[in-house]
Design a protein around this ligand. Structure first.
Ligand code: NAD
Length: 297
């Protein structure tokens, strides 16, 4: 069993750290929020007072932080994880961040004599609690193989997407597609309503026809057809619109740098920005159907 430093114990990191502890690892947990550290202790982790204390002497360091600047700071700042973790330790960053940050930190880790993978996740808080997350992993083969048993304690599907940063590339491509599909699905239900076609009828037909997609069959933006979808609980997240907006921004920044033309991704970003500007960033991302339908109550 490994000694693991776990940094970032929010909605996702807290339960993920708990699953590593449940698997029998010693998990030294740190977050800027004392409340989050206390919850991690309830989940079987050991509280530490800083990121450096979590990393010192650890076999593995796992991070689950908000964005690229937090990941760069936690690993690369003076006294950061890369300056205190033992040589040869394995770094696993599970946060969703820009590809450039992932590659820069991976390079710094290699220079410091450590192995690193980027391993962003899909599956939301339910997947984090249940240990059923999907991990998209970027990094060298040997680092991936070392990370695999750790990731298996937190998830069900572990995919090696290629070299450093490719886990993040997979994540932002997937979420750009998800944002576009959710808007397209919402437009279809809104048009059906205007044409006098019942939402359940559209679902019954389209879910078996060529318009079928995950946003319809697993996360339907209208109440009724999929009982577990946030539409049935007033669009409480789930996956908040501001999180979707963050991922769409990452996709558009990456597209601009890579010279890729992604006009539908750009439109999706703009629509989620409008939704967020209307004060609805905390609503589930499927709630965008309300804006498209002209119903912002
Ligand atoms: P969160 O805001 O709940 O948690 C982030 C945690 O990081 C907070 O507790 C914060 O205090 C802590 N933190 C920030 N800076 C820190 C530092 N310097 N040292 C220690 N702790 C620090 O966010 P979350 O929902 O857990 O998401 C984390 C990451 O996972 C994000 O990149 C997000 O995009 C991604 N993600 C989230 C979901 C989801 O459904 N919530 C799904 C997939 C991926």
């Amino acid at each position: 069993m490994a000694v693991i430093g776990f940094i970032g114990l929010g909605n996702m990191g807290g339960p993920m750290a708990g699953n590593l502890a449940k698997a029998g690892h010693t998990v030294r947990a740190f977050d800027l929020s004392k409340e989050s550290v206390a919850k991690a202790v309830e989940r079987g982790c050991v509280a530490v007072a800083s990121a450096a204390e979590a990393a010192a002497g650890a076999d593995v360091v796992v991070t689950m932080l908000p964005a690229g600047q937090h990941v760069r700071a936690v690993y690369c700042n003076d006294g950061g994880v890369l300056s205190v973790a033992p040589k040869g330790a394995l770094m696993i960053d599970c946060s969703t961040v820009d590809v450039d940050s992932a590659r820069a930190v991976a390079k710094a880790a290699e220079e410091a004599g450590m192995a690193m993978v980027d391993a962003p996740v899909s599956g939301g808080t339910a997947g984090a609690e249940g240990g059923t997350l999907t991990f998209m992993v970027g990094g060298p083969d040997a680092a991936f193989e070392r990370a695999r048993p750790m990731l298996e304690a937190m998830g069900k599907t572990i995919v090696h997407a290629g070299g450093p940063g490719n886990g993040q590339a997979a994540k932002i491509c997937n979420n750009m597609l998800l944002g576009i599909c959710m808007i397209g699905t919402s437009e279809a239900f809104m048009l059906a309503k205007r044409l006098g076609l019942d939402a359940q009828k559209l679902f019954d037909i389209s879910s078996k026809a060529s318009g079928q997609n995950w946003s319809m069959t697993s996360y339907c933006p209208v109440p009724g057809p999929v009982p577990t979808s946030p539409a049935n609980r007033g669009y409480t997240p789930g996956f908040a619109a501001d999180m979707m907006l963050k991922d769409l921004k990452l996709s558009q920044e990456a597209a601009a740098r890579a010279g890729a033309s992604t006009p539908l991704g750009a439109a999706a970003e703009s629509l989620y920005q409008l939704f967020s500007n209307a004060g609805l960033g905390g609503v589930d991302f499927s709630g965008i159907i309300k804006m498209l339908d002209g119903d912002m109550k």
